[in-house]
Each structure stands twice: as structure tokens, then as C-alpha cells.
Design a protein around this ligand. Structure first.
Ligand SMILES: *[C@@H]1O[C@H](CO)[C@@H](O)[C@H](O)[C@H]1NC(C)=O
Ligand SMILES: *[C@@H]1O[C@H](CO)[C@@H](O)[C@H](O)[C@H]1NC(C)=O
Ligand SMILES: *[C@@H]1O[C@H](CO)[C@@H](O)[C@H](O)[C@H]1NC(C)=O
Ligand SMILES: *[C@@H]1O[C@H](CO)[C@@H](O)[C@H](O)[C@H]1NC(C)=O
Ligand SMILES: *[C@@H]1O[C@H](CO)[C@@H](O)[C@H](O)[C@H]1NC(C)=O
Ligand SMILES: *[C@@H]1O[C@H](CO)[C@@H](O)[C@H](O)[C@H]1NC(C)=O
Length: 334
């Protein structure tokens, strides 16, 4: 026994050092990340320096280079503290997700702007605060940016519209103020069919007319205090299948709006939209959800819907509280 133990130890330690794929710089950056959280005493028990960091919880390494390319921490109830600057020392990161960490606080550190390969950044369902930093525009590879369900305030940096590959950003459920930047109507052609998700904030001001240039795949700007003409999101040639502009202050003539055949979800409720509901809406054969209630619409509700799927999600409440809409499913027109 006395002899076997040291040999066993020797074998094990040889094995571990031989199998260590993780690059030392990545490992020390991850250990700095771990140690920056003071409580609980030992977060990430699997992050033991004895083991290859590519095997640690939430860590992903590239199969050929062995650089750390992914860090996915979610959910983590007991992680108290701020986002550590040491994350900026993982230059090969392509995916970073910090999700459902209720005691993560403080601001987004500037070092996150030093990750040139980052394609997906998610910091959601946390208690981080401060503003959305303009240095995120340095993340030139970014395709997906999700900062939803936090306590971010201030305005949306116009410079984010310059990100060449951004296909979707989600800033919903924060406390953002100010307008949707005019620059968001001039996003690069390389960023195809982006998603605009800004619901449940305190955004205000007129919607920029430039937004008509963009072929969004989905728009949700509900529950803000935006005003102006939201018809910029509509059009027969658009790829926009989901439009939720409900609970704002939009004021435009609905009679002039044209609907794409692929429209699936339409919620314009609680605005000041006037005019009639155009007959052409019946071309939207995939429409599953419709709500135009609480506006200033008038006239006969179109008939002759050509819906591919029978929708259970509309009833008279989809149309009620307007100035003088009439016909099925409301009262007959006089
Ligand atoms: C962690 O943060 C929460 C919320 O701020 C706090 O209630 C709790 O006491 C903190 N725990 C420790 C050990 O600091
Ligand atoms: C933010 O902190 C509060 C108070 O500790 C907590 O109730 C809330 O759930 C946290 N928010 C998120 C998104 O985790
Ligand atoms: C919303 O914006 C309008 C101007 O469009 C302003 O009069 C009103 O006070 C704002 N409401 C809130 C709750 O901020
Ligand atoms: C939007 O995208 C659709 C689907 O690719 C395309 O058919 C349409 O021409 C585009 N419309 C505009 C206004 O760019
Ligand atoms: C339409 O929106 C109104 C106002 O928010 C709501 O009361 C109603 O239930 C909604 N109807 C449907 C079918 O979604
Ligand atoms: C909506 O329909 C229900 C039953 O189908 C009816 O009880 C209700 O009075 C109607 N409301 C309006 C505003 O037409």
C-alpha cells in the first residue's frame, strides 16, 4: 500500500497534465472570473485548477485549437457581485451568456468591448444597471445581442446600428429612455432581416421614418411611449411576420397600410390609430393573432378572411374600444 499510493498519484498527475488542453492564459482568466465573486465562498466547484478547464461547468473549448470559445453561466442563484473585467482576457470567446443571475449587479465593464470574435452576447434576467455602452459597437463579429430583463437605463447608442452582422437585438424589459435612433434605419445590408425587440421600456419620441428601409423579420416595441407613424413597419414586400406595437402613442392612418402575406402576429392595440381596416388584410392568410382594440378605427371590419389556419385567438375583443368599427364579430353596421 505504502508503495502503491505514490505510484498511483504519479500516474494520475501525469495523466492530468498530459490531458490538459486548456491554454494557461484562458485558465487564469477563468480563475480570476471565479475569484471575483466573494460569495458563496466557492462558486463553480467544478472549476478546480487540477482539472482541464475545458471540462469545467459552462466552459466550451474549440476542438482543434483548445481555446476557450464559450462561457455559459445560467442560471446561478448564488452568484453575488459585478461582471468581472477578467472576461476581457478571453479573446477567443464567440459565445458569452450570463442568464438568470439575480444578484449580478453593476455595469457592463469596458473590457467586454475587447472580444473581437464574440458572435453572441447574452446578459439577461440579471440586475445589471447603467447604460448600454457604445463600446459594444467594437464587437464587429456580433450576430446576436440580448440584454433583456435587466435594469439598464439611458438611451440606445446610435452607433450600434453600425454592427455589420447583427441579426437581432433584444433590449426588452429594461428602463431605457429616449428615441429609437434614426441610424437604425441605415443598418448594413449584411445584417439581413434583423429582429427589433424593445418592448417594456420607457422609450419615447417620434419613430424615425428611416425604419421603412429595413426588412425586419420581427418587431416588438410594445409598452413604450413612442409616437408618430408606425406604418413604416408594414408593406406588401416586407418579410416582417410579427408586429407588436401595442401600448404606445402611435397615430397614423390604418387605411393606407398594406400587409405582407406572411404576417403571423399583429398587435396594434392601445394607440391612437385612425382610419379603416383595409380589405387587403385578408391577404394575410397566415394571420394567427390579431388585435386592433383601443384605437380610433372606424368602418366595416373586413369579411372574406382566407385564413389557412382557423384562429381561436381572435374574438370581439380583438376589435372593441374603437371609434366606430362595425360588422362581425362586433355589432352589425347601421
Ligand atoms: C447576495 O445578494 C443578495 C441581494 O443583493 C443579498 O440579499 C444577499 O444577502 C447577498 N448574499 C451575500 C452572502 O452577500
Ligand atoms: C433583481 O433583484 C431583485 C431584488 O433582489 C429581485 O427580486 C429580482 O428578481 C432581480 N431581478 C432579476 C431579473 O433577477
Ligand atoms: C408620453 O409621451 C407624450 C408625448 O408624446 C407625453 O405627453 C406624455 O407625458 C408621455 N407619457 C409618459 C408616461 O411618459
Ligand atoms: C424583404 O424580404 C423579402 C423576403 O426575402 C423580399 O421578398 C422583399 O423584396 C424584401 N423587401 C424589401 C422592401 O426589401
Ligand atoms: C386585445 O387587447 C385588449 C387590450 O389589451 C385586450 O383586453 C383583449 O383581451 C385582447 N384580445 C385578444 C383576442 O387578444
Ligand atoms: C363579445 O362577445 C361576447 C360573447 O361572444 C359577448 O358576451 C360580449 O358582450 C361581446 N362584447 C362586445 C364588446 O361586443
Amino acid at each position: 500500500m505504502l508503495i502503491i499510493y505514490p505510484i498511483l498519484f504519479l500516474l494520475l498527475s501525469t495523466h492530468y497534465s498530459g490531458a490538459e488542453l486548456c491554454h494557461p492564459k484562458d485558465k487564469s482568466a477563468l480563475l480570476a472570473f471565479k475569484h471575483s465573486f466573494s460569495y458563496p465562498v466557492n462558486p463553480f466547484p467544478s472549476w478546480d485548477p487540477v482539472f482541464d478547464c475545458c471540462t469545467w461547468y459552462g466552459v466550451q473549448c474549440d476542438e482543434t485549437t483548445n481555446y476557450v470559445t464559450g462561457l455559459d453561466i445560467a442560471p446561478y442563484q448564488d452568484l453575488n457581485g459585478t461582471i468581472p473585467p477578467s472576461l476581457g482576457n478571453l479573446p477567443h470567446l464567440t459565445v458569452l451568456r450570463l442568464h438568470k443571475i439575480p444578484n449580478l449587479v453593476g455595469e457592463i465593464p469596458p473590457q467586454l468591448g475587447n472580444l473581437p470574435n464574440l458572435r453572441s452576447l447574452t446578459i439577461s434576467w440579471t440586475n445589471i444597471s447603467g447604460t448600454i455602452p457604445p463600446f459594444l459597437a467594437n464587437l464587429k463579429s456580433l450576430v446576436f445581442l440580448d440584454l433583456s430583463f435587466n435594469r439598464l437605463s439611458g438611451s440606445i447608442p446610435p452607433v450600434l446600428a453600425k454592427l455589420p452582422y447583427l441579426r437581432g437585438f433584444d433590449f426588452s424589459r429594461n428602463q431605457l429612455t429616449g428615441p429609437i435612433p434614426e441610424s437604425f434605419g441605415h443598418i448594413p445590408a449584411t445584417a439581413e432581416f434583423p429582429v427589433l425587440a424593445l418592448s417594456h421600456n420607457k422609450l419615447s419620441g417620434e419613430l424615425p421614418a428611416s425604419l421603412a428601409n429595413v426588412n425586419f423579420s420581427a418587431v416588438d416595441i410594445s409598452r413604450n411611449n413612442l409616437s408618430g407613424d408606425a406604418s413604416v413597419f408594414f408593406g406588401e414586400g416586407k418579410a416582417t411576420s410579427s408586429i407588436d406595437i401595442s401600448r404606445n402613442n402611435f397615430e397614423f392612418d390604418f387605411s393606407k397600410v398594406r400587409f405582407t402575406v406572411s404576417l403571423d402576429i399583429l398587435d396594434v392595440s392601445h394607440n391612437k390609430i385612425y382610419g379603416t381596416i383595409p380589405e387587403q388584410i385578408t391577404d394575410a392568410v397566415y394571420l394567427q393573432f390579431l388585435n386592433v382594440s383601443y384605437n380610433r378605427l372606424c368602418g366595416k371590419i373586413p369579411t372574406g378572411w382566407k385564413l389557412r389556419y382557423r384562429s381561436e385567438s381572435w374574438d370581439n375583443t380583438s376589435f372593441f374600444h374603437n371609434r366606430c368599427l362595425c360588422g362581425t364579430p362586433l355589432d352589425p353596421c347601421k
